[in-house]
Design a protein around this ligand. Sequence first.
Ligand code: SAM
Length: 286
Amino acid sequence: MTVLEVIQRSAEFLTKKGVESPRLQVELLLAHVLHLPRMGLYLNFDRALTPKELDDLRELVRRRGQREPLQLITGSTSFCGLELMVNNHVLVPRPETELLAELGWQFLNSNSPTPPSALDFGTGSGCLAIASAVKSPAAQVSAVDISPDALAVARQNAARHQVESRIQFFAGDGFAALPSGAQFDLIVANPPYIPSQEIGTLEPEVRDHDPRLALDGGADGLEFYRRLAGEAGAFLKPGGRIMLEFGDGQEGAIQNLFGQQKWIVEAVKTDYSGRPRILIAHRAGQ
Ligand SMILES: C[S@@+](CC[C@H](N)C(=O)[O-])C[C@H]1O[C@@H](n2cnc3c(N)ncnc32)[C@H](O)[C@@H]1O
């Protein structure tokens, strides 16, 4: 079977399985099997696949048909232009979160006369911590996660991008895992924000493959924002900022929570599809 034939047949199969953008998905899987950039497939449409290549692709397409995310099948994803390893212990970083990363490193780079410091609360794959360290080369970064398995992935990703000496990883429950007295110029977080009852209604790629710990934001999805609004102030240096990603429709409730805890909400930024997505705040009086 040729490259073009296999793309067409596999795309039909994925369409039947309800997978979005089936042709793109097959092309990415085939490019992975053939160790080619995706565009390289277009120059090789008439090339016949070897039996081994065909077997390998069939297995990957079968997994994608069972709604396993592409990134978990290939074991990697791209975040802010950085290739990151992912597995089923971490949330697959989302494109919206790149915006949070960018706002974070712009703040780190614009502000401090001394090397700036940042905390990534709930680091998962390490995407925010690593992007901060790479794009803000003087920054000292701390990253906390309750999942030791996620931290193992984050550490590998930090080493891959040669920033492990500037990122300290802490395992444990939020701020309680940090050394006492720790303070940062910037706290970034993309906390779990799905209301517990809604997790079962999500697409299978998310519901069955992202770790529950990365999704579950408690009964109303706001549990982590309550904690952050109440606890983060003590961990922020004077003049520091908190930048948080949140889910659809949570903007008003989160602004209220932060307002009640003496934060000044400076901005709410929209994502690439125009939805409010990121809250930026500082402590009142600073
Ligand atoms: C939505 S994921 C975000 C991961 C990554 N920062 C990203 O943006 O792709 C939330 C992360 O918070 C972690 N987490 C959940 N509860 C936590 C807690 N109590 N303390 C620290 N981290 C926690 C999860 O393990 C998960 O890695």
